[in-house]
Design a binder for this molecule. Structure first.
Ligand code: ADP
Ligand code: MG
Length: 246
């Protein structure tokens, strides 16, 4: 899927958080947004998915040329947009596998063979090294930080969206888990020709991935763009060299 964001302004409770962002992710491309805390990265991600608390006050979000502003998150999911939350919520009484099956059926708008589905989940839990039986539990209930992140990647693999937006898929993970998560994202993306937008503030996860485009966000704006050499510059100079430009 091609995502095009034009001059986007987004507010929460009358406060402008995203202040004029332009971004184009062509079909199958892998982009990264980096930037300090509070720069509006998660808000940008949520506005692409259609979070109800956010208000787009100006600009456009186009998915394969079609404006999604005003569309429900559910409709956007059906178009093939997927957002992995930075802080997934816990829902008691909703079984993880049940939730996934329902979500998958909703997005494909048809039946999903249960046996095949369970087989896929089993394979994915092994691949993701999910050892603690999260599959039998309620959605994110009592999941450790790492398990939540892995559960979201499992969800990504099952949903096979056209555009995956992953908000800090690496936060709270130990080094081994970061590698596992990164490798699984790589594999899923390559297999399904997904467009990928990853948000992170650490470069470690990127040592296992090969993004083609890097964007630096600060203060609600994209302040620098380039390829992976920009990550090296960030590692060396920190975000300050970008944020001090005004
Ligand atoms: P990032 O993901 O880059 O760390 P966020 O998009 O989460 O940044 O937040 C950007 C700014 O928006 C921060 O100043 C934050 O306090 C504010 N913000 C985020 N969510 C809310 C909310 N629900 N209500 C009010 N302000 C918010
Ligand atoms: Mg964030």
């Amino acid at each position: 899927m091609e995502l095009e964001i034009k001059e986007l302004h987004v507010s929460i409770d009358e406060k402008e958080i995203v202040k004029g962002v332009n971004l184009k992710v062509r079909s199958g491309e892998f982009h990264v947004i980096m930037g300090p805390n509070g720069s509006g990265k998660s808000t940008l991600a949520k506005s692409i998915m259609g979070h109800p608390k956010l208000k787009v006050t100006q600009g456009e979000i186009l998915a394969d040329g079609e404006s999604v502003i005003g569309m429900s998150a559910d409709k956007r999911a059906k178009m093939g947009i997927f957002l992995q939350f930075q802080n997934p919520i816990e829902i008691e009484g909703v079984g993880f596998v049940n939730f996934l099956h329902t979500a998958k059926r909703s997005v494909v708008q048809g039946d999903v063979d249960v046996n095949q589905f369970m087989g896929e989940i089993k394979q994915l839990t092994e691949k993701l090294k999910i050892t603690n039986g999260i599959v039998g539990r309620s959605l994110n209930q009592g999941f450790s930080g790492g398990e939540k992140k892995k559960a979201e990647i499992l969800q990504l693999a099952v949903m096979k969206p056209k555009l995956a937006i992953l908000d800090e898929p690496d936060s709270g993970l130990d080094i081994d888990a970061i590698k596992t998560v990164a490798e699984n994202i790589n594999e899923i993306a390559a297999k399904h020709q997904m467009s990928i937008l990853i948000i992170t503030h650490y470069s470690r996860v990127l040592s296992y991935m090969k993004p083609q485009f890097v964007h630096v966000m600060a203060n609600g704006r994209i302040v620098a763009e380039g390829s992976t050499e920009l990550i090296e510059k960030l590692e060396k100079d920190g975000y300050e060299s970008f944020t001090n430009k005004g």
